[in-house]
Design a protein around this ligand. Structure first.
Ligand code: NDP
Ligand code: AKG
Ligand code: MG
Length: 417
């Protein structure tokens, strides 16, 4: 059925029925190894997940991994022009749950991001990035234990949609003329060499993201949802995001305005506790998360803000080497590391594999394999507590033992209890 993807004979497809995933004991899970350090972290992740599943279910359950291709490896397996084969997209559509390593995006020219393309083509509109501190991880802040945020980043709109026109091209000039002649825009400073980007933000796109963020707060007994935006400057995109978010909280979740202001609160139907819905302007939020992290729990924000914020907050809990993520749509989810391909470390068996391993932990919970997910978490905590860590933690952790990427995976497995 596929040209270059081998379907494992010992596995069955996950399906989606009546609004729920139906997961067999031997699910086929597609994975993309990834460029750069993908070659280091992805095998480490596969080994750790297999060990956790084996330990949790003693052979009654296992994952039938199925490699699918994107990025540089795809150009070797298919042909030099094929970066994201149709059959890779078809596999994610068919098998519903997947995981990926990082993929390279050249700066300033060449192809657009394959990572963003996957999210857009499969409409994985939620980018969920939980950021939590593991005891013992070196941090630049005094109380990293106060950092416990889950970022819901809108994943399909904003400047990330890639509607851009290069300076000097016919398209850019045409759009400039339209802006000036038809819309009377007269504050573009250097029209002769001006690139243009369009930032689409819709009510539908905003509200489907915010709905997931509020529902997450309800399901996980979280105290607040903070809408992060730059609406003072970008009124009809980021400002509208804020307004549509509050509107949704009130209309769909029955939130009531508090203190006569914009903020509102709703009663969690599962716990009876109050959940505050508030908003903070994006630049201020970057200092808030450093100075008062305990006041922030669930965060709902636009695509670019979420990209910046997730790396910045990750730095407080040890860096992007340990921060996991997931791209989630109505039926399909692809779990992925927060970091990129870190090319200078590629193939050195050096980097921290925790980001993609903890992304796999999210994936195990997503398919309902909680016992394996818990084992995986205990393994990561145990390895860090034993101070057997990769270079990124070792350089900040006194008395630690430096281990390689693959050795760290083995340490995680040793500490799974
Ligand atoms: N989702 C994805 O696939 C993403 C892809 N990218 C792409 O990756 C490429 C490189 O991007 P770049 O901006 O350099 O960002 P990277 O995330 O690849 O690397 C930046 C730095 O972060 C640290 N780092 C990253 N991963 C790890 C890890 N696993 N363990 C320890 N430290 C880590 C390293 O810091 P130090 O030097 O201090 O050791 C590294 O130099 C670009 O093409 C970019 O577009 C970027 C982000 C996400
Ligand atoms: O796709 C890319 O190259 C970068 C994406 C990114 O930084 C992210 O999703 O966090
Ligand atoms: Mg990023």
């Amino acid at each position: 059925m596929f040209d270059h993807i081998t379907i494992p004979e010992n596995g069955e497809a996950i399906s989606y029925q009546n609004g729920h995933l139906v997961v067999p004991n031997n699910p086929i899970i597609p994975f993309i190894e990834g460029d750069g350090i993908g070659i280091d972290v992805t095998p480490a992740m596969l080994k750790v997940v297999n060990a956790a599943v084996e330990k949790a279910y003693g052979g009654d359950r296992y994952i039938a991994w199925m490699e699918v291709f994107a990025g540089e490896k795809s150009t070797q397996v298919y042909d030099s022009e094929t970066w994201l084969p149709e059959e890779t997209l078809a596999a994610f559509k068919q098998y519903k749950v997947g995981i990926k390593g990082p993929l390279t995006t050249p700066v300033g020219g060449g192809m657009r991001s394959l990572n963003v393309a996957l999210r857009q083509l499969l409409d994985l509109y939620v980018c969920q990035r939980p950021i939590q501190w593991f005891t013992g991880v070196p941090s630049p802040i005094k109380k990293p234990g106060e950092v416990n945020m889950v970022i819901f980043r809108e994943n399909s709109e904003d400047v990330y949609a890639g509607i851009e026109f290069e300076a000097g091209t016919e398209a850019a000039n045409k759009l400039l003329r339209f802006l000036q002649d038809e819309l009377q825009v007269n504050n573009i400073r250097f029209t002769q060499d001006c690139g243009l980007g369009v930032k689409p933000v819709s009510k539908q796109g905003t509200q489907r993201l915010v709905r997931k963020a509020i529902q997450y707060a309800i399901d996980n007994d979280r105290s607040s949802v903070t809408i992060v935006h730059k609406g003072n400057i970008m009124k009809y995109t980021e400002g509208a995001f804020k307004n549509w978010a509050y509107e949704l909280a009130k209309q769909e979740f029955g939130a009531q305005t508090v203190n006569g202001g914009l903020w509102c609160q709703l009663t969690n139907p599962k716990t009876g506790k109050e959940i505050i819905i508030k908003d903070v302007i994006a630049d201020s939020m970057l200092q808030q998360t450093l100075l008062r992290p305990a006041e922030y729990s669930v965060i709902a924000t636009l695509n670019l803000n979420g990209d910046y914020l997730s790396d910045a907050v990750s730095a407080q809990v040890g860096g992007i080497g340990i921060a996991p993520g997931a791209n989630i749509g109505e039926q399909i989810a692809i779990f992925e590391a927060t970091h990129g391909t870190a090319p200078k470390y590629a193939g050195l068996n050096k980097v921290n594999p925790s980001s993609v391993i903890l992304s796999a932990e999210m994936m195990l919970r997503h398919i309902g394999w909680f016992e394996a997910a818990d084992l995986l978490l205990s393994g990561v905590s145990g390895a860090i507590n034993a101070k057997t860590v990769t270079y990124d933690f070792a350089r900040l952790m006194e008395g630690s033992t430096l281990v390689s990427c693959s050795q760290f995976a083995d340490c995680i497995i040793e500490h799974m209890h």
